[in-house]
Design a protein around this ligand. Structure first.
Ligand code: GLC
Length: 663
């Protein structure tokens, strides 16, 4: 317990005291709640008293002061997707895709620190965060948990969030390693990719995030990569992660991602998570048996335990186990709001329709549950937000059979709407206005309201969730017809997109303004209202391309959609040219490109300089030549020697500048 000693030495000292059974007990975890899942074996009831209602629990060794691991989701806050801690709420941070749209590693770090603080205050010492799969599939159900299509942007943003989380002396993961780019068939598809292609795209994002954030743990994914399951994949776990990248931490499986004992142990898996989600206990008695038979060498088990122990020492889990001062939720909601204000993207602003005048008299507000909050993404990352009313949990899609290890039948899709409500937030910015609400399902009622209003603001929603992709990028239900009908009667129609990722916009020419608000979390509606009324200029830039149609995609139809339970090869015609690089290579023009975002002011860029050398440096003078404060993110792209043939550019750097008028 001598904090002055290096983590590896401290780990060696304590491990020398441990019995084999004590060491084995650290290598297999349980779902950390009594919740029953139809597809999983329930955790042992003898553990129920020590559970704190988290996704993962791994026993410690009290005799030696080794803490149990309480592992909580997720990337956007302390999650509780299956009501394991009824009544307990947490700050719902904006989606990771929104945070990527800020291009601001500073706010990403601050968001992470707030999440880490709330985790530690609850006694959770591992955050299952750091989700970074490149969004190769714009219809992906978990794109809101990821940081877009560019490996450098994703690596920097997610790496910064991981560093923020770990600044609270707990462990964060980076996940899902690797190429878990779609939900359809996630437990059975074989991601088939060339080594260089992988190293220049998905693996590069992980490498940068690991360098920047130094996550304590890497979570291997459900899917196969080049014929081997990710959690028993020598290339991924031993050759690249622990070999090339010299990763010192430990590899944990995704929940239900283990398929063997010997192959997994010998290719680099260190810990079986939530064994009830696997078909059997692979790292319990079976691992002990494999050690006894010599199929797994003692040195391999020693390495597994060492990696966990040295990481717990290195991240401060041993030394800072006492709970911190009470969480200042109001400060964390303010962080969520600032993140949202920086990550919301203004896509269209005709005739300066925005910002709106605070003097507006009649505002039509159209959107489902706009009197409650803004939609959040669903799945394991779902947070019960601050100010949440337990009655406000809404089933969205029917229960779906999805392919994963245990052929999960997930409960009916559900989601929550993060307060404050758009209704309340807009009223704050326009106190003198009469704001009338229409849910939007009744188009005639919405049209009638819009007809008699000065401006119509439509909150269009796209529900996305873990375990399933959206079959189309079109807005579901009657929303496209609703927007067209409202725009037809009110020339001042503004659309606020509350979506997991890109959507199609057949009504784009008919509306005056379009704002992409993503899933903006607990500060989201406030951020949207402040931007709509010009209290803050929008400054987000798209971290993901918005296609004109699905025909532009490398995979126009999601592979495996017809039968997600039958194994299939998932191939990538785009190779390393993910997202905008694909559009350049294929000479396609998207609806809105990566890096795009408008402002309320204008910027002038002069005196661009480029100096070569091992690290190229790009400089420029930028002026806010408009009348109000705003932030601009200058981006530098280059065609690297490896891309000389295709001429495809790659983002190599950026700088965000917050400038006053004239500055
Ligand atoms: C889920 C997800 C993973 C999550 C884990 C625990 O299936 O794939 O991101 O951390 O299981 O909920």
């Amino acid at each position: 317990m001598n904090a002055a000693l290096p983590p590896d030495q401290r780990a060696d000292l304590i491990q020398a005291q441990m019995t084999q059974d004590e060491q084995l007990s650290m290598l297999m975890g349980y779902y950390g709640s009594p919740v029953q899942f139809p597809f999983a074996r329930t955790s042992p009831p003898s553990l129920f008293p020590v559970f704190k209602g988290t996704a993962g629990y791994v026993p410690g060794v009290p005799r030696l002061g080794i803490p149990a691991l309480y592992e909580s989701d997720g990337p956007v806050g302390i999650a509780d997707s299956v009501n394991m801690r009824p009544g307990q709420t947490a700050t719902a941070m904006p989606s990771t895709l929104l945070t990527a749209a800020t291009f601001d590693p500073g706010i990403a770090h601050t968001v992470g620190a707030a999440i880490g603080n709330e985790a530690r205050e609850r006694g959770f010492n591992v955050m299952l965060a750091g989700a970074i799969n490149l969004t190769r599939e714009p219809r992906g159900g978990r794109n809101f948990e990821y940081a877009g299509e560019d490996p450098l942007l994703a690596g920097v943003i997610v790496g910064s969030t991981i560093a923020g989380i770990q600044s609270e002396h707990i462990v964060s993961t980076v996940k899902h390693y690797a190429l878990n780019s779609q939900e359809t068939g996630r437990g059975v598809y074989d991601a088939t990719v060339g080594e260089q292609e992988a190293r220049e795209s998905d693996l590069l994002a992980f490498q940068i995030a690991i360098e920047r954030g130094e996550p304590g743990s890497v979570m291997c994914a459900y899917n196969l990569v080049n014929e081997f399951y990710s959690c028993e994949n020598k290339f991924l776990l031993t050759d690249v992660l622990k070999g090339d990248w010299r990763f010192p931490g430990w590899v944990m499986s995704d929940w239900g991602g283990v398929h063997s004992t010997i192959a997994a142990a010998n290719t680099g898996l260190d810990q079986e998570s939530a064994t009830g989600f696997d078909r059997q206990e692979y790292f319990g008695a079976a691992l002990k048996q494999a050690l006894a038979s010599g199929a797994v060498a003692p040195a391999r088990m020693h390495d597994m335990v060492h990696r966990i122990l040295r990481t717990l020492f290195a991240k401060g889990v041993f030394d800072f186990s006492m709970a911190p001062p009470p969480v200042q939720f109001s400060e964390h909601v303010a962080v969520a709001q600032k993140d949202a204000e920086e990550g919301i993207v203004l896509l269209k602003n005709n005739k300066a329709a925005l910002p709106l005048s605070p003097g507006l008299k009649r505002i039509a507000l159209i959107g489902r549950h706009a009197e409650i909050g803004m939609m959040a993404g669903s799945g394991s990352s779902l947070v019960m937000p601050i100010g949440h009313n337990p009655a406000d949990i809404f089933p969205v899609g029917a229960g779906v059979v999805v392919a994963s290890t245990a052929n999960r039948v997930m409960p009916a899709g559900l989601t929550v709407f993060d307060p404050p409500s758009p209704l309340a937030a807009l009223q704050v910015e326009a106190p003198g206005a009469e704001i009338q609400l229409a849910q939007g399902d009744d188009i005639d009622a919405a049209v009638a309201l819009a007809r008699r209003s000065d401006v119509a603001i439509i909150f269009a929603q796209q529900w996305t969730t873990e375990t399933q992709d959206v079959p189309s990028l079109a807005l579901a239900g009657n929303q496209d017809a609703l927007i067209a009908a409202v725009a037809a009667v009110n020339p001042h129609t503004i659309v606020v997109l509350n979506t997991g990722g890109p959507v199609l916009m057949p009504w784009l020419d008919k509306v005056q303004g379009v704002v992409e608000a993503w899933y903006p979390g607990n500060g989201g509606a406030t951020a949207v209202a402040r931007i709509l009324f010009g209290r803050v200029s929008p400054s987000g830039k798209l971290p993901i391309t918005f296609p004109v149609s699905e025909d532009q995609l490398p995979r126009p139809v999601i592979p495996g959609l017809s039968n997600p339970n039958a194994p299939f090869a998932l191939t990538f015609p785009e190779g390393a040219d993910v997202g905008y690089r694909w559009y350049v290579r294929q000479h396609l023009t998207p609806l809105f490109p990566f890096g795009f975002g408008l402002s309320y002011t204008s910027f002038t860029i002069r005196n661009v300089t480029v100096t070569g050398g091992d690290t190229a440096t790009v400089g420029a003078d930028i002026t806010n030549s408009g009348a109000i404060e705003g932030a601009e993110t200058i981006q530098a792209y280059a065609v690297l020697p490896t891309d000389a043939g295709s001429g495809v550019p790659r983002l190599i750097g950026w700088a965000r500048a917050d400038l006053k008028a004239g500055e």
